[in-house]
Design a protein around this ligand. Structure first.
Ligand code: CR1
Length: 820
């Protein structure tokens, strides 16, 4: 299993040679960063052999390929993950120790490739890991942003964004592939010309600006199977180097413009989660990577197949949300204008190649582009969408004669806008949601009309996470313990974890389990001390909410409850209270003012609570700066309580909830997203469920009747908490949190005050928190609950999710790379 390269002596020699070769230094002289580079090159060497071997196997076996099209891939660090998947982590750790090096320090040198915002981007990364591990041929297709997700600094309690220049030292796990460059065209106009031979119109795109798309490939290693797939992310370069040539031809202006376009297009990831920015540059980014990826996929197909009309037998494009859905029109364009097919044939192929995943019902996330912008930027693609729309409207009218409401609600182009979700549903052969509840809401509410017209397209694929990163790598103590108890098969078959259930009443096992949890809490406490300068007690309950900051995720409910507890302890100092550490981690979109205010509030509350000697350290509040994949691994491992408290119906699935569960933290949550399925797996008695149901919430939204004012007026403890937002308790500036206060109570707040039902769920949340405390006090009961969460988390592996996509949507063939 261990490659020769990873024999300790061989490995040490190679690292030393790389340091010499790359930096002209000895190991002793090299910095930790330089050693990281040297180690990575040694690892990359092995990977490249497997990469070539995989390529050969694919050529020979000619499997169907899935292209996972995504604006975001939140990969996290590669070195440790690759070592785990190559089965060499232990050997390399020891070899480095023999060289006097600490593998954790070396891993910490790697920038965290953060080419994504949150759940959607991290899901894409987990999917690539599972695809490779399950022996499927897959490409991730995305953008090589020069600047990924911003680095978050907290200054005076405020979020400050700093650029993430992740490429500054060069990234060892990427490979530039200029030979596969493609051209992408923007703007211009379409000239129509009669083709007398074919007896039809020809559409010629002219006067455009061109950008060269250059791919960079990152290897995606499968677990212990020698498979290496590819994440292909596109960089933009000017077509011709800017030179006086164009000036001479009087084309100076255009040369400058093309140069600018290439420079700006991949400059930065939009830092929005569940929110559409609507910026022209964003649409350019989308078309840029979609067009380049489709061109590459078709070119690859044609290298070994000569009948383009059978493309769907070998190729499927999975569209990760609406961001890449311009793909359906671009594929039509390529098939017609480049491959010479007619409309019907092109449509037949396109609708067999494209499938769409919906990740949200949040209306502000729905992508709609103004016709003016769209048609100016992509004139030929727009023409094609118009024709798709025209034909679709005829279909609606045929099915529902005289029903203009249907046309209004379902048209792809309406009200001056191009609706990307409608385009994806009409052209895709599969539409899936990401958790059972979410898919039901799509079918019965958000996409009801589409579901009624084409029910066969709709299906559910509950999200999952990879246990290789979030247990094997992130929590080595627990991973070893699990292997000790049930063997190592869980690494590729997470359902094996159910075998741990027999230890639910085994006192020794429970004690071991909780000792590991305690050590992981010490590790996190150390991290918090080093990075935040706050001392936390690992004996206290670690109650954690880490995820993007969004009003619907209700970090505000959490911190208001902290204030409520603080008031209780102050008012009743003698009260029996189990010490609790509330830990937050969250980035807010740079333009999301209220979300940033909530971060400020959390930090202000932390300031007061943490420095109030009168509460004897019973309460601590910590905001972990710059939450990202690398520190997430440490955080999940250390959690006692997993906060999953979104307004029911709003969180499509969640995936953090699964990472906590896998690491033995019971869920404190609403019946939302995948929480519903988590509770089903682990049993209601091993979770803390509260709050209104999605039906209740949707009913209030549709029919009104929710009155936060009434709660404010009748519940003095809630009123006290809200008053403290504006009476100087947490900021001498009493206006500081006025907007938050108003968002909950002001009738002018649109669409209604307390849009996310924070006051409505407050009491139920506080009561659930009380149950958490009671349960935790009973050590044995808690240990059993924690262990059962791990034992029942098998369903939530992304291996299961991917196998469902393969069985129901993609129909891929397994490939064998490793000879036995
Ligand atoms: C959802 O909010 C889900 C991820 C991945 C997010 C979250 O609940 O787990 O997708 N949606 O499916 C999103 O980013 C644009 O929409």
């Amino acid at each position: 299993m261990i490659d020769k390269q990873f024999e300790k002596e061989e490995f040490k020699k190679s690292v030393k040679e790389n340091v010499k070769f790359l930096y002209r230094k000895t190991l002793e002289e090299a910095t930790q960063e330089q050693i990281f580079q040297a180690v990575s090159y040694t690892v990359k060497d092995v990977i490249i052999d497997n990469w070539l071997k995989s390529q050969k196997a694919y050529e020979k076996q000619d499997p169907k390929i899935v292209y996972y099209m995504s604006m975001e891939f939140l990969m996290g660090r590669a070195l440790g993950n690759n070592l785990i998947n190559l089965g060499a982590y232990g050997e390399v750790k020891e070899a480095l120790e023999e060289l006097g090096l600490d593998i954790n320090c070396i891993e910490d040198q790697e920038p965290d490739p953060a080419l994504g915002n949150g759940g959607l981007g991290r899901l894409a990364a987990c999917f690539l890991d599972s695809l490779a591990t399950l022996n499927y041929c897959a490409y991730g297709c995305g953008i090589r942003y020069r600047y990924g997700m911003f680095k978050q600094e907290i200054r005076d309690g405020y979020q400050v964004e700093a650029p993430d220049n992740w490429l500054k030292n060069g990234y060892p796990f990427e490979l530039r592939r200029p030979e596969y460059a493609k051209e992408v065209h923007f703007g211009g106009y379409v000239r129509v010309e009669w083709d007398p031979v074919k007896n039809e119109n020809k559409f010629i795109h002219e006067g455009y600006q061109a950008v060269k798309a250059v791919p960079y490939d990152m290897p995606i290693t499968g677990y212990n199977n020698d498979v290496v797939n590819t994440l292909r992310i596109w960089d933009a370069e000017p077509i011709v180097d800017f030179n006086l040539d164009s000036f001479d031809k009087g084309d100076y202006h255009n040369a400058v413009e093309q140069e600018n376009l290439a420079r700006t297009i991949v400059e930065v990831l939009y830092p929005n989660d569940n929110h559409m920015a609507g910026k022209e540059l964003r649409l350019k980014q989308q078309y840029f990577f979609v067009s380049a990826s489709l061109q590459a996929a078709i070119a690859k197909y044609k290298k070994t197949h000569d009948d383009i009309t059978k493309l769907h037998e070998k190729v499927v494009f999975q569209m990760n949300d609406t961001h890449p859905t311009v793909a359906v029109a671009e594929l039509m364009r390529l098939l017609m204008d480049q491959e010479g097919l007619g409309w019907d044939q092109a449509w037949d192929i396109t609708t067999k190649c494209c499938a769409y995943t919906n990740h949200t019902i949040m209306s502000e996330a729905l992508e709609k582009w103004p016709i003016e912008l769209f048609s100016r930027l992509l004139p030929r693609v727009y023409q094609i969408i118009e024709e798709i729309n025209r034909r679709f409207i005829l279909e609606i009218q045929q099915k529902y004669p005289g029903n203009f409401e249907k046309v209004k609600k379902m048209a792809i182009i309406y009200d001056g806008q191009v609706k990307m979700a409608h385009l994806a549903i009409v052209a895709g052969y599969s539409v899936n949601g990401v958790a059972r509840l979410h898919t039901e809401i799509l079918k019965n509410q958000e996409l009801k009309d589409f579901y009624e017209m084409m029910p066969e397209k709709f299906n559910n694929k509950t999200n999952g996470i990879t246990q290789r990163r979030f247990l094997a790598h992130g929590n080595p103590l627990l991973a070893d313990w699990v292997t000790d108890k049930i063997g190592p098969d869980w690494i590729t078959d997470l359902s094996q974890l159910s075998k741990l259930k027999v230890y639910a009443d085994d006192e020794k096992a429970l004690q071991e389990f909780m000792t590991i949890k305690f050590k992981n809490k010490e590790r996190l406490a150390k991290y918090i001390l080093e990075h935040n300068g706050v001392e936390v007690d690992p004996h206290s309950i670690f109650d954690i909410q880490v995820k993007r900051l969004h009003e619907y995720k209700r970090q505000l409910l959490n911190i208001l409850h902290v204030i409520y507890l603080y008031n209780q302890i102050k008012a009743h100092p003698e009260m029996d209270f189990y010490p609790r550490t509330f830990i937050f981690g969250a980035k807010a979109s740079a333009a999301y003012a209220r979300a940033k205010k909530i971060i400020k509030l959390i930090n202000c509350v932390a300031d007061v609570v943490n420095n109030d000697a009168s509460i004897n350290g019973k309460l601590k509040v910590v905001f972990i700066e710059n939450y990202r994949v690398s520190n997430a691994e440490i955080i999940f491992a250390a959690a006692d309580v997993s906060e999953q408290i979104s307004t029911a119906s709003k969180e499509a699935s969640g995936t953090g909830n699964m990472k906590f569960m896998l690491n033995g933290a019971p869920t404190l949550g609403t019946m939302d997203g995948a929480n519903v399925e988590i509770v089903q797996e682990v049993g209601e008695e091993n979770a803390f469920i509260f709050g209104m149901s999605s039906d209740q919430i949707i009913n209030y939204e549709n029919n009104g009747g929710y009155d936060p004012d009434f709660i404010y007026n009748t519940d003095p403890e809630i009123r006290q908490v809200l008053m403290q937002l504006i009476n100087g308790t947490f900021s001498s500036d009493t206006e500081m949190f006025r907007d938050i206060y108003n968002s909950l109570l002001d009738k002018r707040n649109m669409p209604r005050p307390d849009q996310y039902f924070i006051l409505g769920d407050f009491r139920s949340y506080a009561e659930a928190q009380k149950r958490v405390e009671e349960a935790y006090k009973d050590e044995k009961r808690w240990a059993k609950m924690a262990l059962l969460n791990t034992a029942c988390s098998g369903k939530f592996t992304s291996d299961r999710t991917i196998q469902e996509y393969v069985d129901d949507i993609w129909h891929l063939d397994k490939v064998i790379v490793k000879e036995n």
